[in-house]
Design a protein around this ligand. Structure first.
Ligand code: PLP
Length: 411
């Protein structure tokens, strides 16, 4: 009988814990940044893929379709036009790097700027994958509290002053200013100007993660930090994951050459997938702008179903703000609820949620909070899933005490 080779001793110290086998998607899946399956423009994408492959498929014989390491130029040119129109960003195709999702931007910017022991600043509640990346690097993370307008500038100013007093020079402020994950807040223009002023005053770089900015219900967004910066200390990333589909794996980075030239040598994958870049470059100029309002309308309808069902099932026990865009609702339950435990108990009943502590630099503050993605479940799954969640929560924590106007004590 042969024994399996033990790779364990070869794995360097400090590696992440081993993965667990994928258990499959939960029946009621409120986790992750998944999109609405009914809103993927499948037929138009088929037509775009076919047309571009027929015309330029032979270029697949050359890495990056012979468009160089920054990726397929027509897609970068579409982004130049789009970013100018929507975000006020003035840049050229040479300032854009196409990536395998904006996740790759997080890896590359971190690799270019951070090393163990560095200090980074971000919103107190933030994107889980960003927080785990910072932890893995061994960065010291300072979480800045948010209010209804995003990261609080009084708290940022105080944190920067405190760093200065301690002789600590933070490397960067990572922020999701436009439909923040998980809080869905949108930072107004005046606050953006203040953030830039503080970053310049303290010599700190800004990393603007903007992947939800196409999903504001009104279609109107404040200008990007990248657009407003005079000091040019901002790098900006975006994605087609939330506006078209996450499985495409197409994202992008916009950065001044001084830092772009340090990032590019770190992208050692010989280019991101070219078929998706060609397909998007064919699809987007004519159809992206008409697709978005349809998607936003569908997402808005879903969040209305979610808010209505939460009100019905949890009553005043579930607190949340009506989001102005995005795919997430950040929900606060009574302090007696531990959402890490709720998450495990709900999963046994087929309901998957993201517990707050995994999305925060402050586990205590987020202990009774949870994040619900409303884009991917159907309306019926939202209704059924939230009803099960309320039932599990009542059983485990005694709240909510009433659901669907029926007292649980007598139900
Ligand atoms: C804030 C934020 N940044 C980046 C990403 C990465 O997205 P992708 O790699 O699919 O572009 C996500 C995905 O959920 C996100 O929420």
């Amino acid at each position: 009988m042969s024994h399996a080779f033990d790779f364990g001793p070869l794995v360097p110290a400090g590696s992440p814990p081993p993965a667990v086998r994928w258990p499959g998607l939960a029946k009621y899946n409120f986790t992750g940044g998944n999109n609405d399956a009914d809103e993927v423009p499948v037929d138009d994408l088929i037509a775009a893929a076919t047309a571009s492959l027929k015309r330029e498929g032979r270029n697949l014989a050359t890495y990056n379709l012979a468009h160089g390491p920054q990726g397929y130029r027509p897609l970068r040119e579409f982004l130049v036009t789009k970013l100018k129109r929507d975000a006020g960003i003035v840049c050229s195709a040479d300032d854009i790097l196409l990536l395998s999702g904006s996740s790759q931007a997080l890896d590359l910017v971190n690799a270019a700027l951070l090393t163990r022991g560095d200090t980074v600043i971000c919103e107190k509640d933030s994107y889980q994958s960003t927080l785990t990346r910072f932890a893995r690097i061994g960065a010291n993370v300072i979480g800045i509290p948010l209010d209804k307008d995003g990261m609080r500038m009084d708290a940022l100013a105080a944190a920067l002053a405190d760093c200065k007093a301690r002789g600590v020079q933070p490397k960067m402020i990572y922020t999701i200013p436009t439909v923040q994950n998980p809080t869905a807040t949108i930072m107004p223009e005046t606050r953006r100007a203040e953030l830039l002023r503080l970053s310049e005053q303290h010599g700190v770089a800004v990393f603007e993660d903007d992947c939800y900015s196409d999903l504001i219900w009104s279609g109107q967004r404040p200008p990007a930090l990248y657009a407003m910066s005079r000091a040019k200390n901002v790098v900006h990333c975006g994605s087609f994951s939330k506006s078209i589909a996450p499985a495409l794996r197409v994202g992008f980075l916009v950065a001044p050459w001084t830092i772009m030239s340090r990032i590019m040598p770190l992208k050692t994958d010989a280019g991101s997938g070219s078929v998706e870049q060609m397909m998007l470059a064919e699809y987007c100029p004519g159809q992206f702008a008409t697709h978005l309002p349809v998607l936003r309308k569908a997402l808005r309808a879903k969040v209305e179903t979610l808010m209505e069902t939460l009100n019905e099932q949890f009553g005043t026990a579930a607190e949340f703000d009506d989001p102005r865009g995005g795919i997430f609702l950040w929900v606060k339950l009574p302090d007696t609820v531990d959402t890490m435990k709720l998450c495990q108990a709900a999963l046994k009943q087929g309901v998957a949620i993201n517990p707050g502590p995994e999305w925060s630099t402050d586990a205590k503050h987020a202990g009774a909070r949870l994040r619900l993605c409303f884009a991917s479940p159907t309306h019926q799954q939202i209704r059924e899933g939230v009803a099960i969640l309320a039932e599990v929560c009542a059983r485990e924590f005694g709240v909510p005490t009433r659901s669907a106007n029926i007292s649980r004590a007598h139900a």
